[in-house]
Design a protein around this ligand. Structure first.
Ligand code: ATP
Ligand code: MG
Length: 399
């Protein structure tokens, strides 16, 4: 692993903002500061230079820190700066070797600057010389208007600084610039990916897992905690509520038409998530449904649930195919964890023929008769809360 001098951070969508751009930049700066503090012990400063930030520190920055920063929503990409000699052949060679391995980069532009004007080659010549070598030895092309990467070369008194590599980050908006939501996280493949999709839009997420205690054991909790070590990174730290849900399920299963069980489990989960959302001032709930994926996700069921939801429902995967979800799950490293088998109480109570198109009259009257306020409040009160830091470590557990 290489250690880098300064880091240039290219900001993603926030720069499109008009008057309130400052809020986005200030939030991103604070979020980055929080991450760097966890991975870097020396003093550092973050300078805002219009559409980018420059991070300078006393010591060099590690690749581990850069990769971690890449999971900070709001950042488009990070260009680390290396310190090199004044020998342009040497500098060019380092750049070329790195560019060869960056397949997503097709075009480049060199921007050089002589800070020491005694250096015998003027900037324009440096640009041509280095660009010429890159064109000779790689398949990259020059694009002076909209290149995939700007390669900056700065000539100092007796050394040079240059960028050569682009680390792609998640992009979008900084967490904290778009309210907050409660994410319904199950042990499956979809909900972690749904969380990731929305992490990029700037809403702070709090997580809720419904544990079918006492019908299933504690093993499944370990799986959810493992998923949280991945998902909390994008949140700059967050909380997970593990809600005991077995009693609610038992109640529903006893009282409703068997075919409505799965739909009603979902409805009461959404109610509890909304109650937790009220405590946390969240504006919406977030789920991993994809249209038609399973019987509970028909358009009829989803619209019935939305009609009864106390909060706006976000379903970022609604138009995703399974393979698209799988590919993303692999990218964010949740695929293997989600693939571990787990006990699921829904399966225990699962109807043989789950309803695909609910009867509005039946559903409305069931919900009118079974508000279950006490039961739901008790479930919220009995929740186990886990706190995660920016490293994804589970640092505290409140019962
Ligand atoms: P996933 O959707 O994560 O793959 P799944 O397929 O087991 O899990 P579904 O039955 O498809 O879950 O449920 C749809 C959505 O409802 C989930 O994406 C999740 O947001 C929410 N959900 C389901 N079960 C739970 C649970 N036990 N705790 C929290 N949320 C849940
Ligand atoms: Mg699913």
């Amino acid at each position: 692993m290489q250690d880098y001098k300064d880091l240039v951070v290219i900001v993603d969508e926030s720069w499109l903002k008009g008057k309130n751009r400052k809020t986005y930049y200030t939030t991103l700066q604070a979020n980055m500061r929080k991450v760097i503090k966890h991975y870097y012990e020396s003093p550092f400063e973050i300078k805002n230079e219009q559409q980018r930030f420059v991070i300078k520190g006393k010591e060099t920055f590690t690749e581990e820190l850069i990769l971690r920063l890449c999971k900070t929503p709001g950042i488009n990409s990070i260009l680390p700066i290396l310190k090199g000699s004044l020998d342009l052949d040497e500098v060019s060679q380092t750049i070329i070797e790195s560019l060869k391995s960056q397949e997503d980069i097709k075009t480049f532009k060199i921007r050089s600057k002589r800070v020491d004007k005694r250096y015998p080659i003027i900037s324009d010549q440096i640009n041509r010389l280095v660009a010429g070598k890159i064109l000779e030895q790689t398949d990259k092309k020059v694009d002076i208007r909209n290149p995939d990467i700007y390669i900056d070369i700065k000539i100092m008194n007796d050394y040079s600084y240059f960028s050569f590599k682009r680390y792609k980050a998640v992009g979008g908006f900084p967490i904290g610039t778009n309210g907050s939501v409660v994410t319904l996280l199950s042990g499956g493949l979809d909900s972690p990916v749904a969380s990731y999709m929305m992490a990029k839009r700037g809403s702070k997420q709090h997580f809720v897992f419904f544990h079918a205690y006492p019908y299933v054991g504690d093993e499944v909790k370990e799986k959810i905690l493992k998923l949280m070590t991945k998902l909390s990174l994008y949140q700059n730290g967050t909380a997970l509520y593990i809600v005991p849900f077995g009693e609610v399920q038992n109640y529903i299963a006893k009282h409703c038409d068997e075919n409505y069980r799965t739909l009603l489990f979902r409805k009461y989960m959404m109610d509890i998530a909304s109650m937790i959302g009220d405590q946390l001032n969240a504006q919406a709930i977030l789920m991993g449904d994809a249209l038609g994926q399973v019987s509970s996700q028909t358009i009829f069921n989803m619209s019935a649930l939305d009609r009864h939801s106390k909060k706006m429902v976000l379903r970022p995967l609604v138009g995703f195919n399974k393979i698209e979800v799988i590919n993303l799950a692999k990218e964010i490293e949740t695929f293997d964890i989600s693939s571990e088998p787990h006990d699921d109480a829904c399966a225990l109570f699962a109807p043989k023929h789950p309803i695909l198109k609910p009867n509005t009259k039946y559903l409305d009257s069931f919900l009118e008769e079974h508000k279950c306020e006490d039961l739901l409040e008790k479930a919220v009160e009995d929740s186990e809360i886990h706190i995660f830091n920016v490293r994804g470590d589970n640092i505290r557990r409140k019962v």
